[in-house]
Design a protein around this ligand. Structure first.
Ligand code: ZN
Length: 354
């Protein structure tokens, strides 16, 4: 029996075809209608319905490129199930190059939203009623905030075994067993029992080939794990691709000044090891900022001008640090080619090239 067409916003997508659907979001003051574009790839055979979404924070643009590259992957010709790609959830923020909505709300705190609420509530309502409630799995793509560069990592509530399976399959070097924040897409999806993982990598308003490449590979690996696309022949999966962090800790500057980073992204650091130097502009004083714990550097602040109390490094702690190092080694080895061919400055990745 042929598979039923996939329906969204009054449009039917036939099995074995793909289609872009424009979901009406709101009208601008100019009377111009605004749409959220969604690409549906509807496989011929029954299977999971996976939503992959980006830019719920409007300036976190790497996810948009990850979605674009996934959609060009030839494996989708053999798709089982349905891929629902939403490259830009926060259309307003994306246009204005900002994390937030025009009323300064954070769309990722507006779920489940309501039909008659503020703009954020309405977009959240639209996303959940039109899309989220019709999918079986979700991958939500994020980056660090502006000037903060995240090591590729997965955040997930690992109590749900299907979520844990997706997190493991994605194979980012670090997995953070992260609690659910009220009002977030992830918390709402989890409340519906939809397995959901968040990918974090890179920084806002920037592209980085390793971050984007790792995101694309991760999404495809999850699709292979869910048997939505065929396995890759002759590929052996290495034993250690990810390690789950026991906890993570932000390190704050304890003095104002100009920061010179010492520790690099992905680097192993020991408790008390120097992470950065903060100096005053006259060179009269220089203070070392040291790591409060042993772990792996999973976020680096790239803006050298720091105020006292500002978060400048994020360190993930592990029960077995050597296992986390193995996962980092695998990650480095799988990106050697990309790192050397990168067209953008790769300073956060110097450490990866050693
Ligand atoms: Zn984000």
């Amino acid at each position: 029996m042929a598979r039923a067409p996939f329906e969204m916003a009054g449009v039917q997508v036939q099995p074995g075809t793909r289609q872009t659907i424009e979901i009406p979001v709101a009208k601008l003051y100019t009377h111009t209608p605004l749409y959220m574009p969604v690409e549906i790839v509807h496989g011929r055979r029954e299977g999971p319905v996976l939503m992959v979404c980006g830019a719920i924070h409007g300036d976190e643009i790497a996810g948009v490129e990850i979605v674009r590259r996934v959609l060009t992957n030839s494996a989708l010709r053999h798709l089982r199930g349905t891929l629902v790609a939403v490259p830009i959830v926060n259309i307003f923020g994306f246009v204005h190059r900002t994390r937030y909505l025009p009323d300064r709300r954070d769309l990722n705190r507006c779920f489940p939203g309501s039909e008659s609420g503020s703009l954020g509530g309405r977009i959240a309502y639209l996303l959940r009623t039109q899309i989220m409630e019709h999918v079986t799995h979700i991958i939500d793509l994020h980056t660090g905030a502006i000037h903060r560069f995240n090591l590729p990592q997965i955040r997930a509530e690992l109590k749900n075994p299907e979520t844990a399976r997706m997190a493991e399959a994605f194979a980012a070097p670090v997995i953070i067993n992260a609690g659910l924040r009220d009002g977030s897409l992830r918390a709402y999806a989890d409340s519906l029992d939809i397995p959901v993982i968040t990918y974090e990598g890179g920084e806002a308003l920037r592209f980085d080939d390793v971050v984007i490449g790792s995101g694309v590979k991760g999404v495809m690996r999850v699709m292979r794990e869910l048997e939505m696309v065929p396995p890759r022949k002759g590929r052996k999966t290495p034993k250690k691709r990810s390690e789950i962090a026991a906890s993570s800790q932000w390190v704050r500057a304890d003095i104002d000044g100009i920061m010179r980073p010492v520790a690099k992204l992905g680097q192993k650091v020991r408790k008390g090891q120097k992470l950065a130097m903060v100096a005053d502009p006259f060179g009269e004083s220089e203070t070392a900022i040291t790591s409060p714990c042993s772990g792996i550097v999973i976020c680096v602040n790239n803006l050298p001008l720091v105020n006292e109390g500002e978060a400048i490094y994020h360190i993930a702690r592990f029960d077995e640090l050597s296992e986390a190092e193995k996962a980092m080694d695998y990650f480095r080895s799988s990106f050697e080619a990309e790192v050397s061919e990168a067209v953008v400055p790769m300073h956060p990745w110097d450490e990866l090239q050693k």
